[in-house]
Design a protein around this ligand. Structure first.
Ligand SMILES: *Cc1c(COP(=O)(O)O)cnc(C)c1O
Length: 375
């Protein structure tokens, strides 16, 4: 067994960017404006430009960003919000925190993203609630099918929200995440494609009025004057220090995406004739937050890899509609078959922009041996 491989390697990135990040952080320590200091607005401008020209509102984390996306559209009790069952908890949690009802929708087994046809089914079966919004998740970095999901939402007079926590730097036909939906929420949790050194998040919108409301909500619902409270808000600001760090990391995001892309192509070349590898819909650019394969004997293969010093992760071992805390909102086992199948089969391999090729080769060698051992 060789040296243990890291699942993601944040140290490698910090090592490369250390002089710039340290300088930016020290500048904040020197000016001392820790709350909404100048770096926050500077980062919001830079990220808005990166996304192709949108307003960006820096916030405290991705979960708060999702809650704010619902709050700004007055979504609450009596409203149905459609979310994929195969996602991270926060997508559905935000809906319940607002008093609205999550309705779980199945995903497509190849892309792992929301199935527009199943969304139509779920809307048609909704009783006693107003179909109000759909949150599409860009799982593992691959943007959801915004064209089809957006068309279904529009046909039912519903809002479309993008949960892009995993997909910063992804795109469809050259249009970057942040501009694919009228309102997009993202996260800067350290392990995400654009991560900070703590918690952080952002919202994207091209609607100037909505952007102003979101800025107000982020700071307790203030109006023009500081103690003029015009709506119910939150304390959901992005820290100045995190914005300073993100400003540096944003400069290498596209290069890092291209490194991740290269690693994903290498994984494909070694694995695609053996196991289902991630979907690559035409025109879609994934941020490659994860490289996730599907295995029939997943747990056995994972154990064999672990013995070889190769860490893997299961995102996610249980679909939301079967989670104990959410079971009351779902249709039980068998109701969303693709989400249930995926949770039994998925395995995410180590993925980060600075993985040396010999490490990638070792991972593939071990994986091929583990899969063959079970044949
Ligand atoms: C990480 C994540 C979130 C929540 O982001 P936090 O910043 O951790 O609150 C929401 N949705 C998805 C799909 C995520 O992966």
């Amino acid at each position: 067994m060789g040296a243990p491989v890291p699942f993601i390697d944040l140290q490698a990135q910090y090592h490369r960017l250390k002089p710039q990040i340290d300088a930016r952080m020290h500048a904040v320590l020197d000016h001392g404006q820790f709350i909404l200091g100048p770096e926050v607005a500077e980062f919001e401008r830079a990220l808005g430009e990166f996304a192709g020209g949108t307003h960006v509102i820096g916030v405290s984390n991705g979960t708060d960003a999702l809650m704010m996306a619902l709050l700004v559209q007055d979504i609450g009790p009596g409203d149905a919000v459609y979310v994929p069952s195969f996602t991270f908890t926060a997508t559905a949690e935000a809906v319940l925190m607002l008093g609205a009802t999550p309705v779980f929708v199945d995903v497509l087994e190849d892309s792992c993203n929301l199935d527009a046809d199943d969304l139509v089914r779920a809307i048609s079966q909704t009783k006693g609630l107003r179909p109000k919004a759909v949150i599409a998740v860009d799982l593992f970095g691959l943007p959801a099918d915004y064209q089809r999901i957006g068309a279904v939402a529009a046909a039912h007079g519903m809002q479309l929200i993008a949960d892009a926590a995993q997909s910063m730097s992804g795109a469809i036909d050259g249009v970057r995440v942040g501009k694919l939906a009228p309102l997009t929420a993202t996260s800067f949790f350290p392990a995400k494609p654009l991560g900070c050194f703590g918690d952080g998040g952002a919202l994207f919108t091209s609607d100037t009025e909505m952007a102003e409301k979101l800025r107000s909500i982020r700071g307790h619902g203030t109006g023009k004057a500081k103690y003029d409270i015009v709506r119910i808000g939150m304390n959901a600001r992005l820290d100045t220090l995190q914005a300073a760090i993100l400003l540096v990391k944003l400069t290498v995001l596209e290069q890092e995406r291209s490194n991740r892309e290269k690693l994903s192509r290498y994984y494909d070349s070694r694995l695609s004739n053996m196991v289902p590898v991630p979907a690559r819909p035409a025109g879609y650019q994934s941020a490659w937050a994860q490289y996730t394969i599907q295995l029939d004997h997943r747990d056995r293969v994972q154990a064999a890899l672990s013995k070889s010093g190769i860490p893997t992760q299961i995102y996610y071992p249980r679909p939301m509609h079967l989670q104990p805390a959410y079971a009351g909102y779902g249709g039980g086992a068998g109701s969303l078959p693709a989400s249930e199948n995926l949770s039994r089969k998925v395995l995410s391999l180590p993925m980060h922009p600075y993985m040396p090729e010999e490490v990638a080769a070792r991972i593939c060698d071990a994986l091929c041996a583990a899969v063959r051992a079970g044949e």
